[in-house]
Design a protein around this ligand. Structure first.
Ligand SMILES: O=C(O)c1ccccc1NCC(=O)[C@H](O)[C@H](O)COP(=O)(O)O
Length: 269
């Protein structure tokens, strides 16, 4: 992302805060719970693979959810979530490394660390099964190269979800060696979500890649739409967290995981 590209002020603030955050301590080495295997097992069980996201708040959330994250994690797994995503970004999402550690100790499904990682040393903050690298953020000045950061994460044992928003970013992800790719329906300029984003980009992604639709998925119809467009799994936060309310997180999750979809998907990685 060069400086000429428009990004929402909240995203600029997220990026600035990420630049200031240091790394962790000693170099991490992890033996991860396989994300593709979790998706395959979930689909074989007749459920839609959903990564349920523990996101206490966010720039677009209507309030926050202050339940204990471990309770939320257990409710999401009870609702059939194939994996969890845990925000570790504190300033804008109310996340923390400690929360991810507690959640990962409490469940046996793969856990994605959701943060805005810009430099290799930021990988060494907390163990996780998957880390997120965002193509658009790693084009900003003063950040590490995507391919280098992807290799560094893999050397530590992490699986890597490379997040894209356009066909060009999918190409960059593939060129960097990504085998798990997300397409984020939320654009970082206006923070608007459009499920058509995934539908327009998904055809460019090879079958061999594990493909995840992210953001803006609210209803059973949205689930069916993303699966028919080729999603192996869906990453869902707001519709499950239901910020500002105290709705049943297990029911919110189950409503999406129990959605019948005729998408015959396998994850080849
Ligand atoms: O969620 C936000 O408001 C947000 C704002 C700015 C940058 C990123 C943001 N979210 C990160 C995500 O990608 C979502 O938390 C995740 O894909 C789930 O999206 P949703 O189901 O729409 O909450």
């Amino acid at each position: 992302m060069d400086d000429s590209e428009e990004i929402a002020p909240a995203v600029q603030s997220i990026l600035d805060a990420a630049r200031e955050r240091g790394g962790g301590g000693d170099r991490i080495s992890v033996t991860p719970r396989s994300l593709p295997d979790a998706f395959d097992a979930t689909a074989a069980d007749g459920r839609t693979p959903v990564i349920a996201e523990i996101k206490p708040t966010s720039p677009t959330a209507d309030g926050e959810r202050t339940d204990d994250p471990v309770d939320l994690a257990r409710q999401m797994v009870a609702g059939g979530a194939a994996a969890l995503s845990v925000l570790t970004e504190p300033e804008h999402f109310g996340g923390s490394a400690a929360t991810l550690e507690r959640v990962r100790d409490a469940v046996d499904v793969p856990v994605l660390r959701k943060d805005f990682i810009l430099h290799e040393e930021q990988l060494d903050v907390v163990e996780a099964d998957v880390v997120l690298l965002i193509v658009r953020f790693l084009e900003a000045d003063g950040t590490d190269d995507l391919a280098d950061l992807l290799a560094a994460a893999c050397e530590r044992g992490f699986q890597v979800l490379v997040e894209t928003h356009t066909a060009a970013e999918v190409e960059k992800a593939l060129d960097a060696g990504a085998d798990i790719i997300g397409v984020n329906n939320r654009d970082l300029a206006e923070l608007e979500v459009d499920l058509g984003t995934f539908e327009s980009v998904a055809p460019d992604v090879p079958e061999s890649v594990t493909l995840i639709a992210e953001s803006g998925i609210q209803t059973e119809e949205d689930v069916t739409r993303m699966r028919r467009a080729g999603a192996d799994a869906l990453l869902v936060g707001s519709a499950i967290m239901d910020h500002g309310e105290t709705t049943d997180v297990t029911a919110n999750t189950r409503r999406l995981t129990q959605t019948e979809t005729d998408a015959a998907t396998t994850t080849d990685t």
